[in-house]
Design a protein around this ligand. Structure first.
Ligand code: ATP
Ligand code: MG
Length: 250
């Protein structure tokens, strides 16, 4: 399997440099990875999920779970997500401590797997360097020693950069769709701008376009969201979400 050429693949030491962002579900810490001979180094972003505090059934369903009784008919189940054994399914349905751990582990493993699938398909996403499949996804850090890449929403792009970002984004959504995935939370807050390139991040909620019952609906919502953002900044082509959806699916 191909790996990025910047990645230190032999023995290394990781040093935690600090917390970059604290989000709704997770916090992002910056790691410095150094080869044992000290000759090579690069930074990494470690996304660490807090124990999932699922409080109501709607949230649970959004995660791809439902109660034990109807689990078999659930989209998440058909997509192979969620615990397969009856103990795990019961724990999730009851939202016990163990159940919440299972939900978080599902979320973490899914984010890693989607990042890898998208990276392999050629979507500009941070390369997933590793995961414990319980709490953490270590990934390519977008930024440098002076700071992390800004979110698109904060990047203050000029008109020609905005036009370039739009083309890159439509390309990224097309590649994602062709690979059979829907981001499902696409916005200027989950896009980073680094080295004149748009990067797609934050994918734990991504769904299989064809297997999820609402796959096309979520794709439509993603497209409408980003169209609105770019159209309000005067970018040509962003004013017609249906045309963009046609391009993406075409
Ligand atoms: N690989 C990365 N490189 C650089 N910065 C990153 C990376 N991943 C995440 N970040 C920063 O951390 C923030 C939160 O990451 P992410 O969106 O994945 O988590 P989240 O829990 O959904 O947070 P939020 O609630 O803010 O959306 C991002 O908006 C971005 O600023
Ligand atoms: Mg986010």
């Amino acid at each position: 399997m191909p790996r990025p050429d910047w990645l230190i693949a032999d023995d290394y030491v990781d040093t935690e440099l600090g917390t970059l962002k604290t989000g709704k579900e997770a916090e992002i810490r910056v790691l410095e990875r150094t080869s044992l001979d000290g000759a090579r180094r690069h930074l990494l972003a470690d996304k660490r999920y807090r124990p999932k505090t699922v409080s109501h059934k709607g949230e649970l369903e959004a995660l791809g779970f439902t109660t034990a009784a109807t689990f078999r008919n659930d989209v998440g189940y058909r997509e192979g997500r969620g615990p397969r054994d009856s103990r795990g399914r019961r724990a999730v349905a009851n939202m016990s401590r163990y159940g919440r751990q299972l939900v978080r582990a599902d979320w973490v493993g899914h984010e890693h797997d989607v990042l890898l699938a998208l990276w392999e398909a050629g979507v500009p996403v941070p390369y997933p360097v590793g995961t414990d499949r319980q709490t953490s996804v270590v990934q390519q850090y977008l930024g440098d020693d002076d700071g992390a890449a800004p979110r698109l929403a904060q990047a203050r792009l000029g008109p020609s950069q905005l036009a370039a970002a739009w083309d890159q984004l439509v390309d990224a959504v097309r590649t994602t769709t062709r690979a059979g995935w829907v981001h499902a939370d696409l916005s200027a807050y989950n896009l980073l701008w680094w080295e004149e390139q748009v990067w797609v991040i934050d994918v734990p909620q991504a769904v299989d376009l064809h297997a999820a019952t609402n796959g096309y609906e979520l794709l439509h919502r993603d497209v409408v969201n980003v169209c609105r953002w770019f159209a309000s900044r005067g970018v040509d082509g962003a004013e017609d979400p249906d045309a963009v959806l046609g391009t993406v699916l075409g």
